[in-house]
Design a protein. Structure first.
Length: 204
């Protein structure tokens, strides 16, 4: 069996990737690609998000927005710990900002991205043993046939992911848009977050 490509080789190829412009599924990416990801050879924790938003596209650094502040609070880490690439890898389902819909909302992650890059990247990070899943696209890829259609159902069944290898922790996206759901579901903070923070702390 062929050995998976080295992580550095993959990163070089991803930096040059133009699949969503030159061979798109549907409309091409409406701007020049700018992949934003932070894979790691040593981190045991992986944040599997959706795709960069406008602020992240501008900064080139993931979660440099209010959703990042909420996510770090959920994980129980500060910014220094969060951006320590030796401890936490951040690899979204789509590496480039996908653009905005007619209503001004972020479009879904580009489908070409995960289809081409996700499996080889995961193979190049065998040390990862905890994956934090943010949103439906990450849940469908990593949970496979066990993923429910609704994100909320996956989050409610979060304990099932702890029996898998690597461990999977499905979360709602930390966007402000989910603030109402968080208020209506106090169990998330009371029951889920303490376990999540303990799992993260054990790997830091």
């Amino acid at each position: 069996m062929a050995r998976p490509p080295a992580l550095n080789t993959l990163l070089t190829e991803i930096a040059r990737c133009r699949i969503c412009v030159e061979e798109p599924r549907g409309k091409p990416l409406p701007h020049e690609p700018r992949p934003v990801l932070r894979p790691s050879k040593t981190a045991r924790i992986l944040i599997a998000g959706q795709a960069p938003g406008t602020r992240v596209h501008a900064s080139g650094m993931p979660f440099t927005d209010p959703s990042g502040e909420r996510l770090r609070n959920w994980l129980g880490v500060n910014s220094e710990q969060f951006y320590d690439i030796s401890r936490i890898a951040i690899v979204p389902m789509g590496f480039c900002f996908p653009g905005l819909s007619a209503h001004g909302a972020d479009l879904p992650p580009r489908p070409e991205c995960a289809a081409r890059w996700r499996a080889p990247l995961m193979a190049a990070m065998p040390q990862v043993d905890l994956i934090v899943l943010l949103g439906a696209h990450a849940m469908r890829w990593h949970m496979g046939k066990d993923a429910a259609v609704k994100v909320e159902d996956n989050v409610r069944n979060w304990r099932q992911g702890l029996a898998r290898t690597p461990r999977l922790f499905p979360l709602p996206h930390p966007s402000w848009r989910n603030s109402g759901w968080l208020k209506r579901n106090p169990w998330f903070e009371a029951e889920l977050l303490p376990v999540l923070r303990a799992e993260v702390a054990a790997r830091m």
